[in-house]
Ligand binder design. Structure first.
Ligand code: ASP
Ligand code: MG
Length: 422
């Protein structure tokens, strides 16, 4: 008897037939005596459809007034889902009630289209659970201080589910999705990729931030911060498989490092094509420059990833960093309008045809020579490295996007990830 949170992605919610299957699965857990909270995404394709409509009417601007309406619009996808799922549960004979984010409420800040959850009130949900109901809560959305509807960014339902699990102190948060767990890399790129039965929270964080699309990164941050036990598992298994079997499937995100000590040094290869590189050439090499550049970018609410500043020559240096491709034009604009004049340079260059490839593993902490093995594997394929960044448990390189798949395959092989762990 435990409080369990289930999250279902858009594919699982893609049709009334599939929603009925979700309801049957949830009903199975409910009948086994668990208190169930379910957080679904919008039906697959729905968020894109809604945002597509918006684009037809307002293609150009993205100020706060526009972003507010995008959230108003996009949040409806999840509202449809929770209503349908609660109806399907009731049809299965399970008492169920659905809530939109503002009804729970899920409190967020006011950063429309990428809001962050501040807190979640649990009284209303607890009351329903105590009354024997399954509670269905919209993913992806919340409400700000002044009552405006906000959304959490694409893929945000994962974060909603984990945040609800944290607020309710759930025993486990199960993320049902169209893959059956976390893999050593994307199997579409490397068919030999293997499913990991466990992955540490820190590795998962790196892989999610590196573009392994299984979970939204904020959901992993949340899980780490509040130590929410998290499992990623397939929504395509028959709904009536035994609970014990279902509860042990997929990939468990662990917090115990010791369990992993015996395993491979590198656990996975992550990659993404979502970033763009920006360089400012001829920047004066004096204190405060990085702050001047990146402070202006941060003020525009743009996240920066890899950063490089070169050794200076005659008091001048080059400064490069990457941002999300969607933020590329806006970043260049900020630099030109807010930064260039005071730096005394307008030589701003951009490259959107890059990708980032990373090796990730907590074993890297206790092993040397891992990065050089990575560089060798890339050099043997003739791939030029443009930027490098490292942390304790990962090494990332920025390369030309046309070599992405080649690089991922070479690294997967170089680190023996296609061999079952010893
Ligand atoms: N429906 C939203 C999206 O497509 C949120 C989610 O699916 O997690 O991004
Ligand atoms: Mg998703």
């Amino acid at each position: 008897m435990a409080l369990i949170v289930h999250k279902y992605g858009g594919t699982s919610m893609g049709s009334t037939e599939r929603i009925r299957n979700v309801a049957k699965r949830v009903a199975k857990w409910h009948r086994a005596g668990h208190q169930m909270v379910v957080v679904p995404s919008a039906m697959s394709g729905e968020t894109n459809r809604l945002l597509g409509l918006a684009k037809e009417l307002q293609p150009a601007k993205a100020d706060d007034a526009v972003l507010r309406e995008l959230d108003m619009l996009a949040s409806t996808g999840e509202q449809v889902s929770v209503g349908l799922l609660a109806l399907a549960l009731q049809a299965e004979g399970v008492p169920a009630v659905s809530y939109a984010g503002w009804q729970v409420p899920v409190h967020t800040n006011s950063a429309y289209t990428k809001a962050r959850i501040d807190s979640i009130e649990d009284q209303r949900v607890r009351k329903d659970l105590a009354a024997g109901k399954v509670v269905v809560i919209t993913g992806f959305q919340g409400v700000d201080e002044t009552g405006n509807i906000t959304t959490l960014g694409r893929g945000g339902s994962d974060t909603s589910a984990v945040a609800v699990a944290a607020a309710m102190k759930a025993a486990e948060c199960l993320i049902y999705t169209d893959v059956d767990g976390v893999y050593t890399t994307d199997p579409r790129v490397v068919p030999e990729a293997r499913r990991l039965s466990t992955v540490s929270f820190e590795e998962m964080l790196e892989m999610a931030s590196m573009g392994s699309k299984v979970l939204q990164i904020r959901s992993v941050e949340f899980a780490g911060k509040y130590q929410v036990p998290l499992r990623v598992l397939s929504s395509f298994t028959p709904w009536d498989i035994p609970i014990a079997e279902e509860a042990a499937s997929g990939t468990l995100i662990t917090f115990e490092e010791d369990e992993k000590m015996e395993q491979a040094v590198v656990s996975g290869i992550a990659f993404n094509r979502d970033e763009a590189k920006i360089s400012i050439l001829g920047v004066p090499d004096r204190p405060g420059i990085a702050y001047q550049i990146l402070g202006a970018v941060a003020d525009a609410n743009i996240e920066v990833d890899v950063i490089i500043q070169n050794v200076s020559h005659e008091g001048k240096t080059d400064f490069s960093f990457t941002v999300h491709r969607n933020d590329y034009a806006r970043t260049v604009d900020v630099l030109k309008t807010k930064v260039a004049a005071s730096l005394g340079t307008d030589r701003i260059e951009g490259d959107t045809k890059i990708c980032k490839v990373s090796i990730v593993g907590i074993g890297m902490r206790s092993h040397v020579g891992i990065a050089s093995k990575m560089f060798r594997a890339l050099s043997e394929e003739g791939i030029n490295i443009q930027m490098i960044s490292t942390s304790e448990i990962k090494t990332s390189v920025v390369i030309d996007e046309k070599y992405m798949e080649l690089a991922v395959r070479a690294l997967h092989r170089a680190f023996d990830l296609d061999q079952p762990a010893a």
